[in-house]
Design a protein around this ligand. Sequence first.
Ligand SMILES: NC(=O)C1=CN([C@@H]2O[C@H](COP(=O)(O)OP(=O)(O)OC[C@H]3O[C@@H](n4cnc5c(N)ncnc54)[C@H](O)[C@@H]3O)[C@@H](O)[C@H]2O)[C@@H](O)CC1
Ligand SMILES: Nc1ncnc2c1ncn2[C@@H]1O[C@H](COP(=O)(O)OP(=O)(O)O)[C@@H](O)[C@H]1O
Length: 311
Amino acid sequence: MFNRSLALVQIDSYRAYAQQHYPSLCQPRPENSHKGTFGTVAIVGGSKGMVGASVLAATSAMYTGCGKVLVGLNHVHNPPAVFHNRPEIMVDYAVDMVTNYHHIVDTWVVGCGLSKNETAVQILKALWNSSITQLVLDAGALPILAEHSELFPTQHKRTDLVITPHPGEAAKLLNVSIERIEQNRDWAARELASRYRAWVILKGHDTLISSARGFLLTNPSGNAGLATAGSGDVLAGMVGSLLAQGIEAEEAVPAAVWLHGVAAEVLVQMQIGPIGMLAGELAEAVRWVRNQLTLIVENEEQTTSYDKDFI
Ligand SMILES: NC(=O)C1=CN([C@@H]2O[C@H](COP(=O)(O)OP(=O)(O)OC[C@H]3O[C@@H](n4cnc5c(N)ncnc54)[C@H](O)[C@@H]3O)[C@@H](O)[C@H]2O)[C@@H](O)CC1
Ligand SMILES: Nc1ncnc2c1ncn2[C@@H]1O[C@H](COP(=O)(O)OP(=O)(O)O)[C@@H](O)[C@H]1O
């Protein structure tokens, strides 16, 4: 049993940091907003046995504040039971989603729980060669990119391409060892950014972010509680969500990584982790932090006292 006593969270320093670096995160919702105001994210993934990854990404996209989320499942026609307590999510077969829904989707997030097979390759190829403007490639999409480079011309015209490799995936993309990546993280992030003309989130302790032009940033937030199954899926959903909300990639990409790390820090402050922290708990903490950042605080010394009821 974890300690359910009232936890104190030092949210004010996070708010001050966000106001300086990620002001869009601090904007309260306009009174006249509607679900279309904050964009639609499509998650493509969830192959047999890994549907949970797509649910985690979709849930975190909604908790991060986008208006609508669709999930396109590879292989599984009927939404599995894991979707039953998430009726907010629109679920369809991935191939149908790519064909029929592209006009309503702002940001596509491909790869969470996606197994490598011919259908997955064709889905990614169709999206890569389409006119969609915002594409986030995570997890299962990355080995496809690495192994079928002939299908994915790097001279694309996409406005925002984001790739989110962990060191194992970066090693495959660059055809080097994981050790080489870990010893040369700056080089790896820049090389991938330049090769794919993409924003790169090179994950792990001290996550590195590279812009397509090679500008590097080391994310200051997070902890080892993030080393848990599905926390990368949560991050992918968050990146897609902030982009779909119309936040420029320059801000949205590092902001998502920072917010993800802050949510993990808040959970530790609440004595939920680092050991045993769950990706689903992380997604809920993201919602709480996101809302806290939008509050206007009159007394800067104030420390927000918060109960663990949001979990
Ligand atoms: N509930 C679910 O459905 C879940 C599905 N997941 C999905 O499972 C798929 C594959 O994930 P797996 O965990 O099996 O395999 P991964 O490809 O994530 O990891 C395979 C190997 O890569 C290396 N590696 C990973 N992270 C590293 C790091 N930070 N530093 C150094 N080496 C590292 C390790 O050797 C690791 O065993 C993804 O599509 C993912 O979305 C996972 O996210 C877990 C949860
Ligand atoms: N020791 C750590 N310190 C900080 N962040 C970590 C640590 N280990 C993992 N993370 C973060 O957790 C996430 C793990 O993502 P990933 O490896 O894709 O896992 P999964 O596939 O299970 O979702 C990444 O955002 C990564 O940066």
